[in-house]
Ligand binder design. Structure first.
Ligand SMILES: Cc1ncc(COP(=O)(O)O)c(C=O)c1O
Length: 314
């Protein structure tokens, strides 16, 4: 299934993909006014399970609010819409893409923020980096992550993605899989669509929110799973040079899940193979997303349960 093939929820209605149209002369297309989320669903024992649905919907509202855009639906309605889309898609696993944007009105960079629309797409997910199992090649980008006084990375805005997109494109065109961006101080911020972890002296280290990152929902899951597994964790600033000497470097995000970095800037990381910390975390993560970790059963949501609790919700 193509991204344009799946059903779309648009402003309260499920529409066929071909009917999910907006006028081109809207300020979101021109100036990047928008907030979005990426959410995965996975095969569970008795149907698809959406991973950390409420956390993603909460972040969508926070991002929109930070931009001054008021979403004309409640969080429960958006959660129900996601559940309905998953059911309608008939897919056992896939991706949900809620998008908050502006309808056409006055064409000005001082956009009319009360003209908010919401669309949610749903499609099958072939994998962000299908060949990632054996580890990926990453480079530190020449592009610097936008800072809190520019476009705060904690806000998942559509316009804000040009910054990491430039970095990823540079990496991919240069033969690598992904880019890591440094922050304004020259320390590690995050990858183009994932958070960064390094195993330093046996501790799983990741930069804290203040270092200029999107504090990922997968990052939170990885830190929790590491605690469960008895792997020491620490949120602290991470120097670029530490990535060179780390035993393992990992990336984690909704799209790429948890992957091992085996080459960085053309040099091997550790012994150039996915390491034991990665192995333990990846296996726990796979169990969690499919509802097989009793301690974290609350991380996954069955669409049928949402729809039963909110019958007839848009
Ligand atoms: C820039 C950036 N950082 C981190 C992440 C990881 O966030 P999450 O795990 O919530 O998907 C993403 C993914 O959306 C991202 O785009």
């Amino acid at each position: 299934m193509n991204v344009t093939d799946g059903p779309v929820w648009l402003d309260g209605r499920l529409v066929d993909s071909g009917d999910a149209v907006v006028h081109l002369m809207n300020p979101s297309t021109h100036y990047g006014w928008g907030a979005y989320e990426g959410i995965r669903f996975y095969p569970g024992r008795s149907g698809p399970l959406v991973f950390r649905l409420r956390e993603h919907v909460n972040r969508l509202f926070t991002s929109a609010q930070a931009l001054g855009m008021r979403i004309p639906f409640t969080g429960r309605e958006i959660v129900a819409a996601c559940a309905e889309l998953v059911e309608r898609s008939g897919l056992s696993s896939g991706y949900l893409r809620p998008l908050v944007f502006l309808r056409p009105g006055v064409m000005s960079v001082a956009a009319q923020l009360d003209q908010v629309q919401v669309a949610i797409g749903c499609w099958e997910w072939a994998g962000y980096l299908p060949e990632a199992g054996g580890g990926i090649r990453v480079r530190v980008s020449g592009w610097v992550r936008s800072g809190p006084a520019q476009l705060p990375p904690s806000v998942k805005s559509t316009g804000g993605y040009l910054n990491p997109s430039l970095a990823r494109l540079e990496a991919v065109r240069g033969g690598d899989h992904e880019a890591i961006l440094l922050n304004q101080a020259g320390r590690v911020a995050e990858a183009s669509a994932a958070n960064v972890f390094a195993v330093v002296d046996g501790t799983l280290v990741t930069p804290p929110a203040e270092e200029g990152i999107l504090p990922g929902i997968t990052r939170d899951a990885v830190l929790t799973l590491a605690d469960d597994l008895g792997i020491p964790t620490r949120e602290r600033p991470l120097a670029r040079i530490e990535l060179r000497t780390a035993a393992e470097v990992l990336l984690a995000g909704t799209a790429m899940e948890v992957v091992a970095v085996t080459r960085l800037d053309g040099m091997p990381v550790g012994d150039e193979r996915p390491g034991p910390v990665f192995g333990a975390l990846r296996s726990a993560f796979d169990q969690a997303v499919s509802g097989r970790l009793p301690a974290h059963r609350d991380w996954v949501t069955a669409p049928a349960d949402v729809l039963e609790a909110a019958p007839g919700a848009p």
